[in-house]
Design a protein. Sequence first.
Length: 237
Amino acid sequence: MNSPEKQKPQQQPKPQPQAQEQPSPKFKESDLTRMRGQLEVMIKAYNDEKARSEDLAVRLKYMQSDYENLRRRTDKQLDDMRRYANEGLLCSLLETVDELELALRTAKHGTSDAIVQGVEMTLKKLKKVMEQEGVTEICALCREFDPSKHAAVGRVETDEPKEGTVIEEVRKGYMLMDKVIRPSMVRVAVKPVAAGKSGCGLGQATGAVIETKKESKEESESKNELGSKSQGVNSHE
């Protein structure tokens, strides 16, 4: 008989060798100090660059604002140049208008109708051209005196209309767009002044030019009289 087979003992699995932990690298103190220094330098550079960027952003904002203001001023100047480029020419034409109006007023007295009609047509065409260029007359008559549009050349004492009202237009004034290119020469109403009293207020201001001329003339006459009297006294002595 064959002998029973001997049972082989089960082999235990061999334990796997555990991975050995790698020893952590050891830094020298000098290396750590050097790295800290480099980190501090990088942080300082970052802060400096951040501050510089913020400063540039603020400066750029101000530059944009200045540029917008400059652009608006330049646009306004160019617009004014375009609007008032013909001011000199139009001021010269105003004198022609004055002469035509004077010729028309003179021609209506004892002149043929053909000449009057011709002057009227010429004057209308000239005024139409000037209106197309933006020239308009200043309405002064029966209006309150406005020193920005009117130039007072005299005064008239009257109770009606009220003081400070333009009652006579000596020469017409004109505007180019919204700019006065020639003020109206006017005479202004003032309250009557009692005998022996000098004028005051608006009447004195508006009549300053004429009054000054009169006073200078009176002074010169009085000086001449005094001189002649003194010469007479000297000759008598």
